[in-house]
Ligand binder design. Structure first.
Ligand code: SF4
Length: 361
């Protein structure tokens, strides 16, 4: 019986500590096995030189502004669910303290406009924070096997609600589209597989809590509920046309409508809007579910196995085998803003020197 088989069935969903999982990873490493994580695999697919620096040379690098804010927000939310924080009135203050720290640390946002928009979204979230229903298991570690390879990870939250279990991943990033959706979705699928492969539990939903966004909801004539996902910081701005039409229809005069919308937009709140809006529209936190269909699961398993095979076929003693990003094709936004090796990577340094006026996109 191998280490993973011995471990199977040991996960108890209510168990808060990760002792068994940590012990297993230690044992696997002592046996000479590499234990991968989905972010490690994604790093390789993003830039193999970043992978080489992080996982082979073990250079830690530096964090970025989004990562730092993300850590602060995650830690605060966790403290609320662990009931170490009961009164959340200082959440916005904590966000601003972190932003100040970032300035001191010289961890800049790509531009002031991007920063202002991000801060407005996050401020709205911290001011309107809602604890979800159900019982929660936080930062649950899992170790599983896909093909011949071992994978580990930490799950933000497992929600136990109405006899079902859901995986919730808090995200402070923008909504996912295209290849980013596929990449982020693989992470959730791995979490689901990680838990299900090593215990008797079944995960019902896997979803992201998209903290920068909120759903504006209303009932349609046919009785269905419509939900519009908007940036929290632009809540009124994004609904302005809809609200305006609604108010005209209800017979409000132009001046009244203009004033109400101006005040509501300035405060980014429903408070200044007339009852015709407040009675019809309501807000809900934004969750995006990802469906782990059979095809999706197969794609994820193939992705994991193929990527690890590619990694293990490279020579860790030959740096030239680990290629940087193709800047002309992929742009330099990730390299200049997010990559933890952006200050030391010779490739991006050289590219920036040769292309001083090229916009980082
Ligand atoms: S800065 Fe760009 S090229 Fe250099 S390691 Fe990071 S992602 Fe790769």
């Amino acid at each position: 019986m191998n280490a993973l088989e011995r471990y199977k069935g040991l996960i108890l969903i209510k168990k808060i500590n990760n002792e068994k999982e940590e012990e297993l990873v230690k044992q696997l490493r002592e046996d000479g096995k590499t234990v991968y994580s989905i972010s490690r695999i994604n790093t390789f697919n993003g830039c193999s030189f970043e992978y080489y620096n992080t996982y082979i040379k073990k250079n830690r690098g530096i964090n970025n502004c989004y990562g730092e804010v993300g850590i602060t927000i995650h830690e605060y939310i966790e403290s609320v669910y662990r009931e170490n924080i009961k009164d959340t009135s200082d959440f916005t203050q904590k966000l601003h303290t972190k932003l100040l720290e970032l300035e001191i640390m010289d961890l800049d946002f790509p531009s002031e406009t991007i920063k202002n928009s991000f801060v407005k979204d996050m401020e709205h979230f911290t001011k309107n924070f809602n604890k979800l229903d159900g019982n929660f298991t936080l930062e649950k570690m899992f170790v599983t096997k896909i093909g011949e390879y071992y994978l580990m990870g930490y799950i933000d939250a497992i929600q136990e609600l109405d006899d079902t279990l859901n995986i919730v991943d808090w995200k402070t990033s923008s909504k996912f589209t295209g290849s980013k959706l596929l990449e982020a979705g693989r992470q959730l699928v791995i979490y689901k597989l990680g838990l299900e492969n090593t215990s008797n539990i079944n995960i019902n939903e896997i979803k992201w809590a998209m903290l920068k966004y909120i759903n504006v909801c209303w009932k349609l004539k046919n009785g269905n509920i419509k939900k519009k996902m908007v940036n929290r910081g632009k809540l009124i701005k994004e609904m302005k046309t809809t609200f305006e039409k609604e108010m005209i229809k209800s017979g409000l005069d132009e001046l009244e409508i203009g004033l109400a919308l101006m005040n509501a937009e300035a405060n980014n709140s429903f408070d200044n809007l007339p009852n015709v809006i407040k009675d019809k529209y309501w807000l809900e936190d934004c969750f995006v579910e990802y469906k782990a269909t059979e095809e999706v699961v197969k794609e994820v398993e193939d992705y994991v196995i193929n990527t690890i095979e590619e990694i293990e076929n490279k020579d860790i003693h030959n740096e030239s085998e680990w290629k940087p990003l193709d800047f002309d094709k992929e742009g330099t936004f990730y390299c200049n803003t997010l990559c933890s090796h952006r200050k030391t990577c010779p490739f991006i340094r050289e590219y920036n020197q040769k292309n001083p006026y090229k916009k980082s996109f």
